[in-house]
Write a protein that binds this ligand. Structure first.
Ligand SMILES: Nc1nc2c(ncn2[C@@H]2O[C@H](COP(=O)(O)OP(=O)(O)OP(=O)(O)O)[C@@H](O)[C@H]2O)c(=O)[nH]1
Ligand SMILES: [Mg+2]
Length: 421
């Protein structure tokens, strides 16, 4: 019912900045003219209505955007790496796979052309023209390009039904789906016959909508009881619900209240979804005998009920017409209030205050900004080392290190870079 693939995406690295000096006739000491490296390409995931499944991602696991080119002399900037755009079906959820437990949702691509950046290209390094100062007019340093981000991504295509049929097991959800659409779900007189959501297309005159049976809803479903709460998540994406109740139940109203309580325990937004409350199995004589009574108790709690027999088809056509009406009303309301913000994901928090901790005899500096700078340092270059030192002082890291008790000769690590204090 839903498709899932795991892929690895890697953005392009930034090109290196150039160390170069002007060479002109009759100008003995030309100034620095090394250009900047180009930025690396991003990896972007975009929803495309022309794509209907994720099968294309099953063949290949690793996706990489182009690197930026290095800067050159005469102030020439390197070319930017081209971004890689991966197209997925509308309705794909993009999750980031974390090393330590769990996934996080990056974007829910619900709208055509909606996109998410899943790996940001590395910045190009600065050429030596940026490093000239009054005291150093012939800088021998340039920045290396920043490494492009790499991410493990899960793409998940979830069913998108307009209308979900919910209700306790055995109330006749499958029977209703079969009566209203061409779907052929298994129907049996025991609970949990249906083990995953089933879709059907319902036609009403010239219009149609997608109806889905949502299985496994029992008391404690929000805690993972029954078939677990996987399917509750599917309800989130439906626009309205048909809440089906067994007419032969001891207390139909209590059933409705319990199931609704279960929904709101899972996600309070679910309980807000418009519902059509439907009592099924009215062909049974014991149900027929108390129709008026059932109607009264429901209206006493403020609910209007529909009566149907999914088995004989009585009332099903009328119910589907009502469902379409409510669906159109809800959809029209949504269209009006919709603003489509483009979701752009920034995978790493940046600009976090640096901190210092101790790992054995090594002092570790945790500072995302600085780690990126450090990764781009050519530490064999004394001038680059001096620059790093200035950065450490500026960010207050030197002070923190001294406070932590660092002595000359101790080891310091920041990102991949290690050096002696
Ligand atoms: N008499 C009568 N029986 C019905 C009606 N609708 C469903 N049933 C019976 O109720 C039982 C359960 O029906 P299903 O459609 O499988 O119920 P479900 O809600 O899909 O059940 P699960 O998938 O197991 O949760 C079956 O034996 C059906 O034949 C109805 O309108 N009248
Ligand atoms: Mg069923």
């Amino acid at each position: 019912m839903f498709d899932q693939v795991a892929i690895v995406v890697k953005a392009g690295n930034g090109g290196d900045g150039m160390v170069s000096f002007r060479r002109e006739k009759f100008v003995p000491f030309g100034g620095p003219d090394g250009g900047d490296g180009g930025g690396g390409g991003d990896v972007i995931i975009m929803a495309d209505p022309a794509v209907t499944n994720l099968r294309g991602f099953k063949q290949k696991r690793f996706y990489r955007a182009a690197d930026g080119r290095g800067g050159r002399g005469k102030r020439q900037h390197g070319k930017k790496g081209e971004s890689l755009v991966l197209t997925v079906p509308v309705g794909t959820m993009v999750l980031s796979e974390l090393q330590i437990g769990g996934d996080v949702l990056i974007a829910d691509l619900e709208q055509p052309r909606q996109q998410a950046v899943v790996a940001k290209g590395g910045k190009g390094g600065l050429g030596n023209i940026h490093f000239a100062s009054s005291t150093n007019q012939a800088p021998q340093i340039a920045q290396k390009g920043e490494v492009g981000e790499e991410n493990s991504i899960i793409l998940e295509l979830r069913l998108i039904a307009d209308v979900g049929i919910i209700g306790y097991p055995n109330v006749g959800k499958s029977t209703l789906l079969a009566a209203a659409s061409a779907a052929k779900p298994k129907i049996a007189s025991y609970p949990f016959t249906t083990r995953e959501p089933i879709l059907g297309m319902v036609e009403v005159g010239q219009e149609s909508f997608i109806l889905a049976e949502i299985p496994g809803l029992i008391d404690g479903a929000h805690l993972g009881r029954g078939l677990g709460h996987d399917f509750l998540r599917h309800i989130v994406r439906t626009k309205i619900l048909i809440h089906l109740i067994g007419g032969d139940s001891v207390s139909p109203v209590k059933d409705m209240i319990q199931v609704n309580a279960e929904l709101s325990l899972f996600d309070s937004a679910l309980a807000q979804k418009p519902q059509l409350v439907v009592v099924n199995k009215i062909d049974l004589s014991q149900v027929r005998a108390r129709l008026a009574e059932i109607k009264d108790v429901f209206s006493s709690v403020g609910a209007t009920v529909f009566f149907i027999s999914a088995a004989t088809g009585e009332g099903v056509t009328g119910l589907m017409a009502e469902t379409l009406k409510l669906l159109n009303r809800v959809t029209a309301g949504k269209e009006a209030e919709r603003k489509v913000p483009k979701k752009v994901f920034r995978p790493q928090p940046r600009g976090v205050a640096p901190s210092v901790c101790r790992e054995g005899d090594t002092f570790v500096v945790v500072a995302p900004g600085l780690e990126r700078v450090a990764a781009r340092m050519d530490v064999t270059n004394p001038e680059a080392r001096r620059q790093l030192k200035r950065q450490l002082v500026r960010l207050g890291v030197s002070k923190s290190l001294e406070k932590a008790g660092i002595k000359p000769g101790d080891k310091v690590r920041c990102g991949d870079l290690e050096w002696e204090w």
